[in-house]
Design a protein around this ligand. Structure first.
Ligand code: ATP
Ligand code: MG
Length: 440
């Protein structure tokens, strides 16, 4: 057994994968590793899962293994569990009848591995590897890997016509691997880009997430822009509005915040971003995180503009730091500390020219960013529930039925405590309420 075949996979996983292949070949079938795992091994990238392909029909695979799940048996895929490791085993097959630009209406099992490899999207994904490392590579996938090229198997136009998602996969691979796209493949993509409209936004999003999370998102975004693909999705991205300058430092950000910068660079309002993120099938958690971030930016800038407008221009000593601090704390109360952290991170990567603010206002924003962390740390309480008094206690102490006054009063207490005007002590809080009520 050649133990050097897999340098970039978990040795246990490789061993159990080999056992599955061995069982199949011993029973007289052909079996190979195929697709992403072979490609990633040749590229020297970490391998997360191993797909196998075999001449055995699904029923035959089911019969050979003890723990096996018929995951997609009608398409020829079963999952073999070998000592806790899962392997998708797919029967050699061809696909035909792509009438809806996204999936075949017909799959037929075949006996020749070359026919199976022919249905795969790119040459680098159409390499099979046998038990001892011998490779089947009929389309020059290894040569393309060496040349850093994404190239369609067969005629690009036809392949993109069959399944529009392949166009995004093409750009994703080019972007994540820093590859070029072969000339005919790029040309075919441009011709068939309208086909992207048939692809579910969820699948589109997954590909774009991989582009954005990769090592060179700018390159991916540039290719997406240049190919015109972004304008062809079911829910188009308002790409034309994007300010490329604003994105220059995007790699500095963690993956989720990269979306925040992208939305911001398109100058989307938080409402427009909310709508877009819904349509793009983001989870509620991610959507709210990003929408809050955009809200923070908008509100903070309008506070800075107002505060700068109220002070004398030109002398940096005259910046009303206390007013800035209070407005920061208002935002903390409204949108939470996590959004504060996100905004500060974004601030570092966003060139100041992007906002086009007058220098005097920009100075205010800079001041906020400088001092914000200490302000956040000082604000021990930013949520009503952390106040050392409850609504019920207030109602009892004031001997007054609940109503809108109660919420307003709690807000007011929170603001005062968060700003450090009064301590978070029940007795002091009650006194403050009495003072306010008697003066009104
Ligand atoms: P990764 O898992 O790293 O995203 P991958 O190439 O392994 O990349 P999968 O979606 O896991 O992608 O698909 C496994 C294999 O199936 C691919 O390597 C390719 O051979 C084939 N394949 C996947 N999607 C398509 C498609 N849309 N058209 C043709 N072949 C595809
Ligand atoms: Mg894969």
């Amino acid at each position: 057994m050649n133990t050097n075949t897999w340098q970039h996979a978990d040795p246990e996983m490789a061993l159990h994968g080999r056992e599955v292949i061995h069982t199949l070949t011993t029973a007289g079938h052909e079996a190979y590793w195929v697709g992403g795992c072979v490609r990633d091994e040749l590229l020297g990238r970490a391998i997360h899962d191993m797909d196998l392909t075999t001449s055995a029909e699904p029923e035959e695979v089911l019969a050979l293994f003890l723990h096996v799940i018929p995951t997609g048996i009608q398409h020829g895929t079963v999952t073999v569990m070998q000592d806790g490791h899962a392997f998708e085993v797919t029967t050699f097959r061809t696909e035909s009848g792509y009438t809806d630009h996204r999936r075949p209406t017909e799959v037929s099992f075949v006996k020749d591995i070359r026919e199976d490899l022919m249905r795969r999207d790119f040459t680098m994904n159409a390499i099979a590897m046998a038990e001892h490392g011998e490779r089947v590579d009929p389309f020059g996938g290894e040569a393309d890997l060496r040349a850093s090229l994404v190239r369609c198997v067969g005629r690009a136009e036809e392949r993109f016509e069959e399944d529009g998602l392949r166009m995004l996969r093409c750009i994703r691979f080019a972007s994540v691997f820093r590859f070029r796209v072969a000339y005919n493949t790029w040309k075919g993509m441009i011709r068939r880009r309208e086909g992207l409209q048939y692809i579910a936004m969820e699948r589109v999003r997954v590909e774009l997430e991989k582009v954005l999370a990769g090592p060179d998102p700018l390159r991916g975004l540039e290719m997406l822009g240049r190919s015109g693909l972004l304008g062809c999705t079911k829910v188009p991205v308002p790409w034309e509005q994007c300010d490329a300058q604003a994105l220059q430092e995007i790699v500095q950000l963690p993956a989720e915040l990269r979306w925040g910068l992208l939305l911001m660079s398109c100058r989307l309002s938080s409402e427009a971003a909310d709508e877009l993120l819904r349509a793009w099938t983001f989870s509620n958690a991610v959507r709210l995180r990003l929408v809050h971030l955009l809200e923070w930016e908008t509100e903070l800038i309008s506070h800075a503009v107002a505060i700068a407008g109220n002070s004398v221009s030109g002398d940096s000593d005259r910046i009303n730091v206390e007013a800035l601090r209070r407005s920061w704390i208002r935002l903390l109360i409204k949108l939470g500390k996590d959004t504060a952290t996100d905004w500060l991170e974004l601030y570092k990567t966003l060139p100041s020219s992007f906002r086009g603010l007058p220098p005097w206002v920009e100075k205010h924003v800079k001041k906020i960013a400088e001092l914000a962390n200490s302000w956040t740390q000082q604000a021990v309480v930013v949520r009503i529930k952390d106040l050392n008094i409850t609504g019920n206690e207030l109602v009892q102490a004031m001997n007054r039925p609940g109503g809108p006054w109660l919420g307003q009063m709690m807000e007011r207490l929170l603001q005062a405590v968060a700003c450090g005007d009064i301590p978070n002590e029940t007795e002091t809080l009650l006194q403050e309420v009495k003072r306010v009520m008697s003066s009104e």
